[in-house]
Ligand binder design. Sequence first.
Ligand code: F6R
Length: 609
Amino acid sequence: MCGIVGAIADRDVVPVLIEGLKRLEYRGYDSAGIAVVDGADIRRVRRTGRVAAMEDASAAEGFAATLGIGHTRWATHGGVTESNAHPHVSHGVALVHNGIIENHEQQRERLKALGYEFESQTDTEVIAHLIHHYLQDGADLLAALQRAVKELHGAYALAVVSRKEPERMVVARMGCPLLVGLGEGENFVASDVSAILQATRRVIFLEEGDTAEISRDAVRVFDGDDQPVQREEHLSDVSLSSLELGPYRHFMQKEIHEQPRALGDTMEAIIDAGGFEPTLFGKDADAVLREVEGVQILACGTSFYAGSVARYWIEAISGLPCSVEIASEYRYRTAVANPKHLVVTISQSGETLDTMEALKYAKSLGQDLTLSICNVPESAIPRASRLVFYTRAGAEIGVASTKAFTTQLVGLFALAATLAKVNGRLPEAKEAEYIEALRHLPGDVQHALNLEPQVAMWSEHFTPREHALFLGRGVHYPIALEGALKLKEISYIHAEAYPAGELKHGPLALVDDDMPVVVIAPNDSLLEKVKSNMQEVRARGGQLFVFTDADSNFADSEGVHVIRTERHVGVLSPIVHTIPVQMLAYHVALARGTDVDKPRNLAKSVTVE
Ligand code: F6R
């Protein structure tokens, strides 16, 4: 949520800032802006809408400078207006912010009393004035920032420049990601590495409470007590090509099609480990997993649905009790902690605030056995967890999660099988069967992708509608939920998912010949039950759109449309059946002409409550 980039160099940094903001745009796309130190002045340009609009304005005004900061916003405090767009400026101090300042109202009153005037409704503007206030008090820019952040409650990543100090920028981080990029005679700061890959791969991840001073030739980092610290340098392995569209129209389309590769890369770790070994989850894992008597999964959105699939697997395969809960609910309820339960957080970005806070809450209750399933190395949630499984989906740019979801499922399946193994419940033959199923998975997913022309033809049945129902049973019920979420998220069609057996308890009242009903109906033990539920729909005139597999003997008939995957793949079937529902959402959105990669009101990486 919100993206930050900053640069100091001997060359013009404006193209670096603009390019960086374009790469960060998936984090928020309500407005964008840059501020540069130009001689003894701060120059700023801000525009509502996309970075491209701001880029045109900065070009028209001839922006060029060797020091600057930029921001792309997802609005929280204050509407989508130019005056609420970042950077915010106070008397020659310019600042960009990601996060939320909870005590901004008190600070606003205090600063007003000191004579500061506010021109925005944002929580951010108080920080600019606060820093200026301490500069007035005699502090230099770094000290002013360090004093200011001590008065802030909430979450922030900040980058600050001052017209009086054209040789450096200062930054701070608490609860939101921020990294420093190291170049030759130039240095950078960014919310994520994609923003600066054009310039460098060498990065330092700032830790909670850190501040830093960044000049052309040096980076000095300070901990939360303002003491100098060394933070390790990393070499990013994110590839530039993973950030490009290539032959695809949208990142979502590209990421759907990357799934055979992403799944193959993710399960490589399992094959390399020689099976479902605790080492898959880190050095400490053997000892931790042996202690585990149950599993508590915490996640949001699509990651929550991955956890919902995992619950079926974990209970069936390992025999351990498993519960799954939406992180934003868990964090605010009085939960009964069980220190023998493994707390599993699932997060593509590794920085979702609700998931992070749920993890902290679980830890505060004495739940010390923690594992994170995450796609972004070194992000906050895995760093706060004892064990970690990194999915290898590669950068996911489309706001609607696709390849991250299916690779999370691989990680969760590995967890279920590993828990079974450490508990003596995974016979060798079963383990071999699961590994074989995983080996076939990229091919099975490719076959499902090959169904795209058929799925695309279905989109015409959905495009004119305002509502749709999704049904599934058992381990495929969360796939129905995921299908409904994808459809509503990018096509803006209201979609709901139900366990098919629940239909007659209420939602059947919605069914008429205007209601398309998507059914996930593979040839598993619940197929006959699902068929009965489908009859209930047909009898009320509902149109059925059935995703099944070749083994299930479904045929097209009046009001019943059928698409078959090549074969029933057994335990990994939910992964294969995700592909058609992703493609359906994509093609319906395409036909409705929505902004597929940047759906309205949303952003990737939800670092606010
Ligand atoms: C939906 C989607 C979101 C995320 C959710 C959690 O397509 O992407 O529902 O799954 O915001 O995000 P992460 O996994 O980054 O914690």
